[in-house]
Design a protein around this ligand. Sequence first.
Ligand SMILES: *[C@@H]1O[C@H](CO)[C@@H](O)[C@H](O)[C@H]1NC(C)=O
Length: 521
Amino acid sequence: MLMSVRMAPRLPLIFLLMIHGFSSADWGVSYSHSHICALKDSSVIMSCTYTYPTGHQIKNVFWTENTDKEPPDLSEDPEYSQRLQYLGDKQQNCTIRLSHVTQKDEHMYYFRFTTNKDGGKWIGKPGVTLTVTDDTDLQVESPERVTEGDSVRLTCKSSCTLTDRATFIWYRNSQPLTERRDTNNQLLLQSVRREDAGRYSCALHGHTYISPAVHLNVMYAPTSVSLSISPSGEIVEGDSVTLSCSSDSNPPAEISWFKGRTSVGSGRIYSISEISSDHSGEYRCKSINKHGEKYSHAVTLNVMYPPRNISVSISPSGEIVEGDSVTLICSSDSNPPAEISWFKGGTFVGSRRIYSISKISSDHSGEYKCKSRNQHGEQYSDIVILSVIWFKGGTFVGSGNTYSISNISSDHSGEYKCKSINKHGEKDSDAVTLNIKSVRCFSSVAVVVVSAAAAAVGVLFGGASGAFVMYICLTKRTNRRSAMKESVISDPNEDTYTALELKSTTSDLYDTLTINRKMLQ
Ligand SMILES: *[C@@H]1O[C@H](CO)[C@@H](O)[C@H](O)[C@H]1NC(C)=O
């Protein structure tokens, strides 16, 4: 192998020297194109130069289609005589022009010349290949899909590359492109935009044929992501609400939904069939495809609802002392905020959230309630009873301050009254008359007076602070024996009187005890 490679170039040289007796370096034909592609009916120029040893004079020059010993001169062929034009000379230029080419002209072309010396002749091998193409061959070659920003090259191809400088015309969606961005048979879309997408076709200037269209698909990340809400107006609890997300992207984007930072759904439409106040918040949608993602602006869903959870609180929370400042606060949950009205009994007394009584008196005692109202509904609070009681007199019963009489006898008949003392002053109660008439009685009589300790007071008045002392003084009025059977109640929280069983007594006594209970409630 090595030997044959080395030997190969030498053999023809030696052979040529033997035949012609001179160096082939002096003889030659050079074609500027070895292969020419021409459009049917166009003219073809085959550029060519030739050399020969000095001293020779050119006798004959012509082009031929074969390399036979005596090849025919093409210009004498009737098929070519009208169309072939020798543009060269008899020195070195052998350029020729062939016009109105057809498929029949597709073969090899050689330049042949002879000189005056020793039958000197030469044929330029290899020759020129001519291919004739039809404009109906035109095809647009384009990448199927490109991404926005890419540099894209579209080629208008024929079955062979046209050698002659032809002018191409480009079309997008059948409209000729006025902005010229093409060179030779290529259309260059530098930094392609989504507007460049479309059906591209090409044609040759001066020819009517237009190539089939090729679709250029330009991909891009989502843009102009927008969110809309239906219905567009006020949203009330229980409504059906639809959020729609739209965006421009290629390929189509996937949509996901966010409430605040929490993902709540996917798909172009997000529906809430029965909206509640829990759905209030900021919503956004996200549009994503493989080229990027984008969020919509945030839209606030403000769900309206009628008042609920209405309640009244009283301050101070403990016992209310005449002269105190008392505030009643009405609270409720609603959207939009509610208007508040206060009622004492059935009478409207105020319209602010806080109802204040600066110097309370017993006249203020009563049943209070508030009403919360907005355009979506109204609700009343429970009734709150305001009792201003302390200075009306009375005595502690039940609730830790045990007041009991065991083995009552007629000795206990008489007027009872009590005195109450606290930090605000002191006051005597109205007198109570105990009239014990019956003869049957029990062996012993005792009066239990309970001094109220702070703890016991706390039980009765719900955490009132401040110690006060109360005692009951018993005044004996008659010596008549009691007709009452009593049972002692050891539980200080129970109402002593409830257990007091009247066997036989005057209605006076019963009434009095009943009155006292009422006063103490
Ligand atoms: C040969 O002749 C042609 C036609 O006159 C001309 O266009 C071309 O430039 C010439 N070539 C050379 C190498 O002189």
